[in-house]
Design a binder for this molecule. Structure first.
Ligand SMILES: [Zn+2]
Ligand SMILES: [Zn+2]
Length: 270
């Protein structure tokens, strides 16, 4: 059974439950450790970041709650860093998730806000060339490899969030495959752990986690490492579809997931 979730949000960013509620819900769901991974401040207007001036108070609250509940659940202090937020001190955190949530073009259109934004962006920014959008997304994700403090690669193929309903991207097109493979190779060689992220399942967009099965198989072949996470934004999602994620990880040939224990990530048999 999966006993840890390192990817969750709260009312410090775009989550709907408080940190304390998320910790208690995780404990009640049987987890023995959790991490809070606040969205970092971004250089463009958005409704999901934690502003820079609030980060210190965020850290203080998570540390205080970690002490308060130390007897029943271990709480780690994390952050979800985005490659577009280059200048940020990541040293105060126990671990870092490295993600890409936007295309680095005019207005920074969101990769995962809603299907209309994706449709509009593919049309206006990429002239309908979905492979070009995928190439740009994975080139951004590739930059996570260069950021030493990052432990975990966030939602590897986030851009496919709406594909079950809308089919924006073709994962089997040669250009998409090449872009994704190149990023994966670089991230694996940099020692990053890939999360198997169930967040879009809890919000009803997908029936399977990121990354999709073909990438999970390839990751296994490359000798990559995985962890399982919920990307929860509400108490109802703290262990969403963890059984499914565990099954898919096993089906892809992994015998272990990596979990944070103190200051190190260690393998945990599944
Ligand atoms: Zn994210
Ligand atoms: Zn997240």
């Amino acid at each position: 059974m999966i006993s840890q979730n390192l990817h969750m949000h709260s009312t410090w960013d775009d989550g709907r439950s408080s940190v304390e509620e998320m910790i208690l819900a995780s404990r009640d769901a049987g987890l023995t450790s959790v991490g809070v991974s606040v969205h970092c401040p971004m250089p463009f207007p958005n409704d999901w970041e934690c502003p820079k001036e609030r980060l210190e108070a965020y850290r203080a609250e998570v540390r205080a709650l970690a002490d308060k509940y130390a007897a029943s659940i271990r709480v780690y202090l994390g952050i979800e860093w985005d490659v577009t937020a280059q200048a940020l001190d990541l040293s105060p955190y126990d671990y870092v998730i490295g993600s890409v949530h936007e295309w680095p073009v005019s207005g920074y259109p969101s990769v995962d806000a809603d299907a209309q934004t994706t449709a509009h962006c593919l049309d206006k920014c990429f002239g309908g060339d979905a492979d070009a959008a995928a190439e740009m997304y994975f080139a951004e994700l590739d930059k996570v490899a260069a950021r030493e403090e990052v432990d975990i690669v966030g939602h590897f193929d986030l851009l496919t969030k709406f594909d079950e309903q809308h089919g924006f991207f073709d994962e089997n097109s040669p250009r998409y495959r090449r872009a994704a493979e190149r990023a994966m190779e670089r991230l694996v060689s940099a020692g990053k752990i890939f999360e198997v992220n169930t967040g879009a399942i809890s919000r009803g967009y997908r029936t399977t986690p990121y990354p999709s099965m073909q990438w999970l198989h390839l990751l296994r072949e490359m000798g990559g490492r995985v962890t399982v996470s919920a990307d929860a934004h509400h108490v109802s999602g703290v262990t969403c579809a963890f059984d499914l994620a565990e099954k898919l990880v096993k089906d892809a040939g992994f015998g272990e997931i990596w979990i944070l224990e103190g200051k190190e990530f260690v393998p945990s048999e599944i």
